[in-house]
Design a protein around this ligand. Structure first.
Ligand SMILES: NC(=O)C1=CN([C@@H]2O[C@H](COP(=O)(O)OP(=O)(O)OC[C@H]3O[C@@H](n4cnc5c(N)ncnc54)[C@H](OP(=O)(O)O)[C@@H]3O)[C@@H](O)[C@H]2O)C=CC1
Ligand SMILES: O=C(O)CCC(=O)C(=O)O
Length: 486
C-alpha cells in the first residue's frame, strides 16, 4: 500500500499500514501561490482512527524500547538516507503546499536529514550516570527510559524540520510517536512519513493521523495513554493543549510565538544589520517564530539605517516560490494573508507610518502575495509592536541608549529570540545579561536555529522546556535511579 490512492488522497499511517479514515471524508490541501491548485486530500480522521493509532503505538512501543539504541539509530540513519534521496521531491511539495521558496524548502529538508543523523548517533551515547552511594558495597546509577507514546502536534511553517526535530529524539529514546501535522502542510508531512515507512520501522512505532486540530490534536491532548505531547504553534492553541494535558497528569512541551527584537547600536556595521533585518524579518514571508519583527535602532544611525533598509527592501521580488527570481513567496494560507492585512491596517490606524509596501500583489493565479511592509514611528504600546503578526512586516522603533533599547526589547509578553548589532563589548555583555530571550544572538539575525543546541523561549514563548540538541533528552525520557547490591 502506498502513501496515496490514485486520486492523490493521502492516507493515514497506522500500525505500519497506509489507511483511509473511518469517516471516508477528506480535507483539501491547496497551494497559496495558486489556490486553485490542489496538492491533494488528506484524511479527516475521527477519534476512532486516533484510538487505533494509540493502540498500535502502545503495542509498538513495548517492542521498540527493547531494541538497542544502536538498532534504533540504524533505522533513523536509513530514514535520513531515504529523505536525502527524495530531497527535491519533498522540497518541491513543501514550496507548492505552503509557499516558502524552493531554496529555503531544500535547506529545510537538508536540515531534516541532518536532524535525523544527529539523533541516530544519539542511540550510541550514554543514557545515565553512576552516582556514588553511601553504601560502599552498592552500585547506584541513573538510567534514562522512554516515556511511552508521544503525541506530536506541528504547525505549517516548517513542515519537515519541526516534525523531525520532535519525532527523531522521541524515537531514538524508545518512544512510539503519533504525528498530527498542520492540515495546511499535511501532504509534505505525509512524504516525510513515507521515508519512515520505506526504512522499515516496526509496526506501530510511528503513526500519522491527519484531521482537524480540534478533533485529532485535542484527542491527543486528552488521551490518557499518550504520555506526553509536544507542540509548536500559536499561543492560544498551545496554552489550551498544555492545560488539557496537565489536567490528566501528562507531560507537555510548548513552543509558541515570538515578537523578536533586533537592536541596532550606533557603533555597529550598518550593512550587516540591514541584511540581518531583511533576512531575519522577511525570509519565509516572516512566518517563523524566530523572525525579527521589531527593529530597535539608536537615534545616531536611525535615518541612515532606515534609508539603507528601504533601498534593499524595495529590491525584494515577491512571487511563486518555485520561480528562480522569487525572494519572498506568498503567505502560507488565506487566514495568514488576511491576518497580515489586518495588522497593516491596525498599524496605520494606531499612528505608525507605513513607509514601504504592505500592498497586495496581484497575480493571475490569485496567490496570497503581499509586499513586505516597513513601519516607522512605532511605539511599544501599539498592537504591531506587541502581537505576533507572522508576516513580512518590520516595525522600526527609535531609542537614545542601549539601556533603553533593551528595556523596549523586553517590553512584550514573548521572549523567544533577540539580536544586537554592536561592536561595543559593554553593550554586548549588558544585552546577554538583561535580554529576556531563550536565543540570544550577537551580530547575527534573530532566526537561525542550530539543531545541536537547545531551542526554546522565555515568558509566553514556551513552556520553559527546551527542544533539540541534548535538551531533547529531558523531555523525551524519564529517569530511573537504580540501587544495586549483591
Ligand atoms: N510558533 C510557531 O512556530 C507558529 C506560530 N503560529 C502562530 O499561530 C497563528 C495561527 O496559526 P494556526 O495554524 O492557526 O496555529 P495553531 O496553533 O492553531 O496550529 C498548530 C497546530 O495545532 C493544531 N491544533 C489546532 N487546534 C487544536 C486544538 N484545539 N487542540 C490540539 N491541536 C490543535 C493545528 O491543527 P490544524 O492544522 O488542523 O488546525 C496544527 O497542527 C499564526 O498566525 C502564528 O502567529 C503558527 C504556526 C507556527
Ligand atoms: O528559525 C528557525 O530556524 C526555526 C523557527 C521555528 O522554530 C518556528 O518558526 O517555529
Amino acid at each position: 500500500m502506498s502513501v496515496t490512492t490514485e486520486t492523490q488522497n493521502y492516507l493515514n499511517y497506522i500500525n505500519g499500514k497506509w489507511s483511509e479514515s473511518e469517516s471516508s471524508e477528506q480535507l483539501k490541501s491547496t497551494s497559496p501561490a495558486n489556490p486553485s491548485e490542489l496538492l491533494g486530500h488528506v484524511q479527516a480522521s475521527t477519534k476512532q482512527d486516533l484510538e487505533k493509532a494509540v493502540e498500535a503505538a502502545k503495542a509498538g512501543q513495548k517492542k521498540w524500547k527493547k531494541q538497542s539504541g544502536a538498532e534504533r539509530g540504524n533505522l533513523l540513519f536509513k530514514v535520513a538516507d531515504i529523505l536525502e534521496k527524495n530531497l527535491d521531491e519533498v522540497a518541491e511539495t513543501m514550496t507548492r503546499e505552503m509557499g516558502k521558496t524552493l531554496p529555503e524548502a531544500k535547506g529545510e529538508t537538508a536540515r531534516g536529514v541532518a536532524i535525523l543523523r544527529y539523533y541516530a548517533g544519539e542511540g550510541m551515547r550514554k543514557d545515565g550516570d553512576v552516582i556514588p552511594s553511601t553504601d560502599r558495597s552498592a552500585l547506584m546509577f541513573s538510567k534514562r527510559v522512554p516515556l511511552g507514546v508521544v503525541g506530536v502536534i506541528t504547525p505549517w511553517n516548517f513542515p519537515v524540520a519541526i516534525p523531525l526535530w520532535k519525532m527523531a529524539p522521541a524515537l531514538i529514546y524508545g518512544n512510539a510517536v503519533i504525528l498530527k501535522p498542520a492540515t495546511e502542510a499535511a501532504v509534505t508531512a505525509a512524504k516525510v512519513i513515507e521515508c519512515f515507512d520505506q526504512a522499515g520501522l516496526p509496526e506501530g512505532v510511528i503513526n500519522f493521523v491527519t484531521g482537524k486540530g480540534s478533533v485529532i490534536g485535542q484527542g491527543l491532548a486528552e488521551h490518557k495513554d499518550v504520555t506526553a505531547v509536544t507542540f509548536t504553534g500559536s499561543n492560544a492553541t498551545g496554552n489550551h493543549i498544555g492545560q488539557t494535558v496537565a489536567a490528566r497528569g501528562g507531560k507537555y512541551q510548548l513552543e509558541m510565538g515570538g515578537k523578536n527584537p533586533l537592536i541596532v547600536a550606533d557603533d555597529c556595521d550598518l550593512d550587516l544589520a540591514v541584511d540581518a533585518a531583511i533576512s531575519g524579518g522577511l525570509k519565509s514571508t516572516g512566518q517563523k517564530c524566530t523572525c525579527s519583527s521589531r527593529v530597535i535602532v539608536q537615534e545616531g544611525v536611525y535615518d541612515q539605517f532606515k534609508q539603507k533598509l528601504l533601498e534593499k527592501v524595495s529590491e525584494i521580488n515577491v512571487g511563486d516560490g518555485l520561480e528562480e527570481q522569487t525572494w519572498m513567496g506568498p503567505c502560507a494560507t488565506k487566514e495568514q494573508y488576511e491576518t497580515v492585512q489586518k495588522y497593516i491596517e491596525i498599524g496605520q490606524k494606531e499612528g505608525a507610518e507605513l513607509v514601504y509596501g504592505g500592498r497586495l500583489v496581484q497575480s493571475d493565479s490569485k496567490g496570497y502575495y503581499i509586499e513586505p511592509a516597513v513601519f516607522d514611528q512605532v511605539t511599544s504600546s501599539m498592537t504591531i509592536a506587541q502581537e505576533e503578526i507572522f508576516g513580512p512586516v518590520l516595525a522600526l522603533m527609535k531609542v537614545e541608549t542601549i539601556e533603553e533599547a533593551i528595556e523596549l526589547a523586553n517590553d512584550v509578553d514573548f521572549g523567544l529570540s533577540a539580536s544586537i548589532f554592536s561592536k561595543n563589548i559593554n553593550h554586548i555583555l549588558s544585552f546577554i545579561d538583561d535580554i529576556e530571550a531563550g536565543l540570544v544572538r550577537i551580530n547575527s539575525e534573530t532566526a537561525g536555529v542550530e539543531l545541536q543546541a537547545p531551542f526554546g523561549g522565555m515568558k509566553a514563548s514556551s513552556s520553559y522546556s527546551r527542544e533539540q540538541g541534548e535538551a531533547a533528552k529531558e523531555f523525551f525520557t524519564t529517569m530511573k535511579t537504580v540501587f544495586l547490591k549483591g
